[in-house]
Design a protein around this ligand. Structure first.
Ligand code: AMP
Length: 295
């Protein structure tokens, strides 16, 4: 695997179908599962690693975002990446971006309502990755469900000739969705953090048993959080393609939750399909290596 710093040097390493996995690094098994999914479907797997300042609405969150390029390069290579595109800020933003990329119809609610500017920052950087790296396939996690809706619509609306593929959420054995920010969870907060996935999984069971009311499904999640002493920023049943709230499960949707647990803001969701099974994500059968370093 080669580490590259420019769009041109990255493209020079291509052969055949190119699969892109955009990331902000500090890899966990969720990232590695995306790389493995790309490896199965593409001839060249490019992983991009860029901590994009434009998508951080909180400067403190950007300053402490975990980084470890050497470790990430080893993990990406072992998972089947051919190229790790890790550009310096000057390659991504040679000048302040005058262009604005935003998808207001998909960004008004959920994360868009609680992290002002975040999704616009994602849209700009993903548009630049699509244009600069020109992949045939782009792999994103369902963990960031609204982001997945946005980057899918971005490609369609701007005619980027690529297919976006959404991949299941990787979870710890106890249900906690993997996240680079989990290293900041105090050990005493972990039990409370589990209420997010517990509530979502209970709601997925209810949906599979026939429950269609958004209020009821959302209430199951809110009740689990309340039991753990947490207040959700939001719990919302949303149309999977538009990330807008819907009153009833009458189409493919996701049930999403965001909450602060101690010093960490966590998000999680399950995808629900009234015609079939819920996607609860995939569980590791052992503790994540994120915690193995004793962080
Ligand atoms: P990030 O580095 O957090 O920007 O995430 C890079 C990609 O990994 C995004 O497409 C995320 O949705 C995806 N991702 C993050 N957490 C998980 C997870 N637990 N399982 C699967 N994919 C994930």
């Amino acid at each position: 695997m080669r580490v590259t710093g420019t769009f041109a040097a990255t493209r020079a390493g291509y052969r055949g179908r190119v699969g892109l996995v955009p990331t902000m690094g500090f890899f966990h098994e969720g990232h590695l599962a995306l790389i493995e999914a790309a490896r199965e479907r593409a001839d060249t797997v490019v992983v991009s690693l860029f901590v994009n300042p434009l998508q951080f609405n909180d400067p403190a969150d950007l300053a402490r975002y975990p980084r470890d390029l050497e470790r990430d390069a080893a993990l990406a290579g072992a998972s089947g990446a051919d190229l790790l595109f890790s550009p310096p800020p000057e390659e991504m933003y040679p000048a302040p971006v005058a262009v604005r990329v935003s998808l207001p119809a998909l960004s008004a609610e959920l994360e868009g309502a609680h992290r002002p500017g975040h999704l616009d920052g994602v849209a700009v950087v993903v548009a630049k990755l699509y244009a600069g790296l020109r992949p045939d396939l782009a792999f994103f996690g369902r963990k960031d469900a609204q982001q997945l809706a946005l980057v899918t619509r971005l490609a369609a609306d701007l005619s980027f000739p690529l297919q976006v593929i959404g991949c299941p959420t990787l979870r710890e054995a106890d249900g906690l969705a993997l996240s680079s920010r989990n290293v900041f969870l105090a050990s005493g907060d972990r039990a409370a953090a589990l209420s997010l996935s517990r509530g979502l999984l209970a709601a997925a069971d209810a949906a599979e048993a026939g429950e269609r009311s958004g209020a009821v499904l959302e209430g199951l999640v809110a009740a689990e959080l309340a039991t753990a002493g947490l207040a959700a920023e939001y719990v919302a049943l949303a149309d999977a393609a538009t990330a807008t709230r819907i009153p009833a499960l009458d189409r493919v949707a996701f049930l999403a939750v965001a909450a602060r647990v101690g010093a960490v803001r966590l998000i999680d969701n399950v995808f629900l399909d009234p015609a079939g099974a819920a996607d609860r994500g995939d569980r590791l059968d052992r503790p994540s290596f994120l915690y193995a370093k004793g962080s």
